[in-house]
Design a protein around this ligand. Sequence first.
Ligand code: ADP
Ligand code: MG
Length: 249
Amino acid sequence: MLQVKGLSKSFDGFKAVNNANLDVQKGEIVAVIGPNGAGKTTLFNLITGIIKPDSGSVIFKGEDIIGLPPYEICRKRISRSFQIVNIFPRLTVFENTQIAVLARFKKTWDLFTPSKKIAVEETEEILKSVGLFDKKDRVTGLLSHGDRKILEIAMALGGNPEFLILDEPTAGMAPEETSKCIELIKSLSEKFGITILFCEHDMEIVFGIANRIMVMVRGSTIIQGTCDEVRCNQAVQDAYLGGSDVCLM
Ligand code: ADP
Ligand code: MG
């Protein structure tokens, strides 16, 4: 479904992403792992058109999407959440999600219909699927950190994605929030057939839900493989454990 080949991006001569390669098959859950500063967020920014690469290609369902602006990439049904939460803090949970749904309908404004009545069913369905329906009238600035991260996933679902990119979805969550989020990610894959690419520091989560893993170090892909292939790979050991013989997980 997605093929990233030889993708590179420098900032003032610093190679944040340096020949990254990745492939994601339809229906898979693929994790990108790597130390802080490895280039994971930059890779996601390149795939979603937020920044332009210096070289390389991103093929989505057979089409090169490099150079397209983020809104066009979104219309191809690629959605994402951000490492740092991006929501409208003074609007409610319902309104935040509704905006995302309306953007897809190209109906971000309508002079004659009261906004409360547009896309209500679809917005409520999304909130039910992520478990935020009972909090739909809460102002989002007052939500817990975990609920705000889940709301961001709800907003990404507003774009009706086939391909969902999650940048550290459980970062900063309390343990109960983390388990709910993991269940949510699994259900998006299993119930709705959404293909998922995510990055995450917690190896238990990564090995628990990913079908395959890509490892990035200093901007470059050092391996992409199954959990077993990655677990005991020497280059991964060197990057994570300073060359010790202990397998990850
Ligand atoms: P990760 O998400 O794996 O922690 P990032 O992709 O955020 O890593 O960052 C990779 C490297 O690129 C870091 O050293 C970061 O400081 C640098 N970087 C990212 N974005 C920019 C930018 N816009 N300008 C300059 N340096 C950047
Ligand atoms: Mg990051």
